[in-house]
Design a protein. Structure first.
Lengths: 598, 340
């Protein structure tokens, strides 16, 4: 079986598991662009359950009151007493919630979903309504994220099954071989499926080996193994299920590769071996129908010197069926920056603050585009009902224009200060260390103001975003102190990188500011060639482009020992403040940055 | 309704469990903040607390959880004005503040039903009233909307909820133990909110196979048969409940020897904590831990056991210090031992 077919079968297993034991497994995180493959998978998955089972789309714009439920305005007005509207989630009880464009979902959407997966009771305390609904749902999160965009980790980690359909071709698509009847049969078996200590232990060892910290992953893996065993017609979890669990649940969460076998194979080779030798792994599971040959497997594992070998075999098998690019990613970058990834997201999560903070309500006309504050309006109208008497139209409640209340929002914008640090030879010669110290002081300042910081460094022939916007100053400090000096001054590249980042931040709705610490003496062009004249020319052009592309305020701090014309010219081209610092006075620097960012 | 996972079946995480129990013994310690990695059973432990709560006297039919034995000034307007209500015994409340809760349900607001129907202005108590004399639990406390945090802070500090809105003017007592949990990666807490917590606990993922296996096993057993599993833990749960009840009665008798007081002072001095709050909380937790243990004298060990939780969030924070507060406290504790 080739790799693509094997992955499609895995996708089928994931679908069957979630339709079999949905809430207990949390759901599926489906990484795929929209397209025929995803649509086909969804259609096949939906066909695994009877039509009555709820299957609700949760759109991104879904408001909190629609999601959770609240006060039903029209019914309340009609009847004259509060009527509760059920939310979308309460309606999806016992079924599937389909979270579209999950990578863009804010905490408003994802946090209640995560809470529901922990405890299948929807608790509502809002708009004068207190209610509890049973709500046991499973989530299928359609994650279309590329690069750094992805489903928020708080929800992602509660979804047991992670599958990726992105690189699958249409050619491998095939109707699911499992049917609704198979699922019915499996459901009857599920309660009796056993998972023995060896199996649990080998799952737990795998989580440790793969650097998966959350105990939730192990719990979900054990449940998935039981579901898979039930689907395979077995009454206990065997080696086959463990392999499947590894592929569906554990490997997608891996933050490092298991240590011992091969240390430093270059990614290309890994990739090649994964592609060339599909016959290496024990044939992936779904081909063998019927009860798994567990007695045999058991014997084997007993004969081998305890479980270690067994685990190794599992991991090896899984590695061979891993999508090649996953392995590459693991080897290339993720291992070293596990923390970084998750913390980098924290910036994204806090963005939900940006939708503004309700400041209470005030009298106003909702037609002017403001949002009606329902509760406040009703409350204002309520005491007057007796006095106003029955309304002419026969409605029980009389609401007059004076009663209207609208919500006031206060937008709190987040500030991100981007530090662009020149680590080139010329700067290093003078005072890279001092600049580092100054940045550290500025960082502490950003902490006080709850700003986020980002760090771009440039030296040699390129500029690099060392630290995506974060609040973690420890990380900022760490990446700064690890910054080596030396090499050319690729100023144009640095400015380009900066303006890209600034633009990105502005699109997100935050207000960025930048601080560039350099002596302004460019000597490396964008294409990597050396030459002071050309490089300076390029840098100044790049600076003018930056000025046109963003409105972010900026500052150039001249780090050369004596104020130098080139840094001044750069500042002028950038339309940024110029601050010569003949003697690095940290306090002065701090005050200056405060002015820019304020 | 789904059953909560029993407290006594939670694997490991002793610091968190002790902190929660100690806060239940002496509410004046001022709440517990549980911060840590995902999936470490933070909310499981706190939700499990409800099943352990001993019963306390409450006013029958009072929706503000008033204590009929308390002075009038500590009671809600209704209980203070008329006859003292009859007493009924009910468990200490543990109230969940769900995500997406709106301000009107948290602090209380005009009772819409009665307003619409009878044209009457009546106050409908909110979650703060329900949590009076008990626990108020906020999951994902760092995701809570700022304006709700603001109302909470004020009430938590004053022990009284003053509602001035929609033509209502109501005040009622609201003394509760704030319990919050969250993941630091999703955002830090505002210092003002952090300050309201008496204890702050860091939870980490166990890094050995045996405990992980145990966690999976317990969870699996619970999910297969929640009833049976809970029943099996009933005796242990009952024991803890009894322990809590005894400790709550004993707490006033627990003495704190001068040596312990002095050590608390020296510890705070060595760590340079601001104000007296840290010291006071240290002494209170030591006393509560002794009471939990059934002793009437607090010992140095009581102090030592909870010192990290008490002081962790009170150290003046150097944002660039990588070693973290726990290490500093441990060091100070070691020095204390060396000096003794």
């Amino acid at each position: 079986m080739d790799e693509q077919e094997a992955r499609w079968l895995d996708a089928e297993l994931a679908a069957a598991c979630v339709m079999l034991d949905g809430h207990a497994l949390g759901g599926v995180r489906l990484r795929a662009r929209p397209g025929p493959v995803r649509d086909f998978w969804l259609q096949q998955t939906r066909a695994l359950a009877s039509a009555e089972r709820p299957w609700r789309k949760i759109p991104l714009h879904c408001s909190e009151s629609r999601l959770l439920g609240g006060l039903d305005l029209s019914a309340t007005l009609r009847s004259g007493s509060p009527v509760v509207a059920r939310g979308l989630l309460a309606d999806a009880d016992g079924g599937i919630g389909l979270l579209c464009m999950a990578e863009r979902a804010t905490a408003t959407l994802t946090a209640p979903l995560a809470a529901l997966l922990d405890d299948p009771v929807l608790r509502i305390e809002r708009e004068g309504v207190t209610a509890q609904h049973p709500c046991s749902i499973a989530i299928i999160a359609l994650d279309e994220g590329v690069d750094d965009e992805a489903l928020t980790p708080a929800l992602a980690e509660r979804l047991a099954l992670h599958i990726d359909l992105d690189t699958l071709g249409v050619a491998v698509l095939d109707d699911f071989s499992l049917t609704r009847r198979d699922l019915e049969a499996a459901r009857l078996r599920l309660a009796d499926v056993e998972i023995d200590d060896d199996a649990v232990a080998s799952i737990c060892r795998a989580t440790l080996a793969l650097g998966i910290d959350s105990p939730r992953a192990a719990i979900l893996a054990a449940r998935t193994a039981c579901a898979l065993a039930a689907l395979a017609g077995a009454t206990r979890v065997g080696g086959e299920q463990l392999e499947q669990v590894l592929r569906l649940v554990l490997l997608p969460r891996a933050t490092r590769l298991p240590a011992p076998p091969e240390e430093e194979l270059p990614p290309e080779e890994e990739q090649a071996s994964a592609e060339e030798s599909p016959q290496d792994p024990p044939p992936p599971a779904p081909e063998q129908d019927g009860p798994a040959p567990e007695p045999e497997g058991d014997d084997q594992s007993r004969q081998r010197s305890k479980d270690e070998l067994d685990d190794e075999r599992l991991l090896d098998a899984a590695k061979a069926v891993l999508p090649a690019d996953l392995l590459k990613q693991l080897v290339a970058g993720r291992m070293k920056s596990r923390r970084q990834r998750s913390a980098g997201k924290s910036g994204a999560q806090q963005r939900h603050l940006l939708r503004g903070r309700p400041m209470g309500s005030l009298a106003g006309d909702p037609r002017s585009g403001a949002r009606l504050d329902l509760m406040a309006t009703l409350r204002t109208a309520a005491p007057w009902q007796r006095l106003r008497g029955p309304s002419p139209g026969g409605a029980r409640l009389r609401v007059e224009p004076d009663d209207f209340r609208v919500v006031r929002f206060r937008q709190r914008t987040q500030t991100v200060t981007v530090f662009v640090v020149d680590a080139s030879g010329s700067a290093a010669l003078y005072r890279l260390a001092e600049a580092k110290g100054a940045v550290e002081l500025l960082l502490a300042d950003c902490y006080v103001r709850r700003d986020e910081v980002a760090l771009i460094a440039f030296r040699g022939d390129h500029a690099e975003l060392l630290l995506p916007p974060t609040r973690s100053l420890v990380r900022a400090k760490r990446s700064l102190s690890a910054l080596p000096g030396g090499g050319g001054t690729p100023l144009a590249a640095a400015i380009d990188t900066t303006s890209e980042l600034l633009e990105q931040l502005e699109r997100r709705g935050v207000s960025p500011a930048y601080v560039m610490l350099t002596d302004g003496r460019a000597n490396i062009c964008r294409d990597g060639s050396a030459g002071r004249e050309a490089a300076t020319e390029e840098a100044l052009t790049a600076a003018q482009q930056l000025r046109l592309r963003t409105t972010a305020p900026g500052m150039v701090i001249d780090t050369s020992p004596r104020p130098h014309r080139s840094a001044d010219r750069l500042a002028r081209a950038l339309d940024a403040r110029y601050l010569p610092l003949p003697n690095a006075d940290a306090a002065q620097l701090q005050a200056a940055v405060r002015q820019v960012a304020a | 309704m789904a059953k909560a996972f029993p407290f006594t079946a939670i694997v490991g995480q002793d610091e968190m469990k002790t902190a929660l129990l100690v806060a239940a013994v002496d509410p004046s310690i001022g709440g517990v903040l549980v911060f840590g990695d995902r999936g470490t059973g933070k909310s499981t432990a706190i939700r499990a607390l409800a099943a352990l709560m001993p019963k306390i006297p409450m006013g029958d039919g009072c929706s503000f959880n008033c204590n009929p034995d308390e002075a009038r000034s500590f009671r809600c307007p209704r209980c203070a004005d008329g006859e003292a209500p009859k007493t009924r015994m009910s468990p200490i409340p543990v109230v969940d503040l769900p995500l997406g809760a709106t301000e009107d349900r948290v602090i209380g607001a005009l009772d819409l039903e009665r307003a619409l129907h009878d044209g009457e202005k009546a106050f409908e108590p909110g979650l703060l009233a329900r949590a009076h004399r008990g626990f108020l639990y906020i999951d994902e406390v760092n995701l809570l909307e700022d304006h709700i945090v603001d109302s909470l802070l004020d009430v938590a500090a004053s022990g009284e909820n003053v509602v001035e809105r929609e033509g209502l003017s109501v005040r009622h007592p609201a003394r509760f133990v704030l319990v919050g949990s969250g993941n630091p990666e999703e955002g830090e807490l505002r210092p003002q909110l952090l300050d309201r917590f008496g204890l702050s606990v860091e939870v980490r993922t166990p890094q050995d196979v045996a405990s992980r296996v145990e966690i999976v096993r317990q969870r699996d057993a619970f999910e297969r048969d929640p009833e049976g599993f809970t029943k099996k833990q009933q005796r242990k749960q009952g024991k803890v409940r009894k322990q809590l009840q005894i400790a709550r009665e004993l707490i006033d008798e627990v003495e704190v020897p001068a040596q312990v007081l002095e050590s608390a002072a020296r510890l705070c001095l060595a760590l340079g904590t601001d104000g007296l709050r840290g010291e006071l909380t240290l002494v209170r937790t030591a006393r509560a831990r002794a009471a939990l243990d059934g002793r009437t004298t607090a010992e140095l060990d009581d102090l030592r056991a909870l010192a990290p939780s008490v002081l962790r969030h009170r150290l003046r924070r150097d944002p660039l210090d990588e070693s973290g507060s726990t290490v500093r406290i441990d060091k100070a504790l070691a020095e204390l031992d060396a000096a003794a």
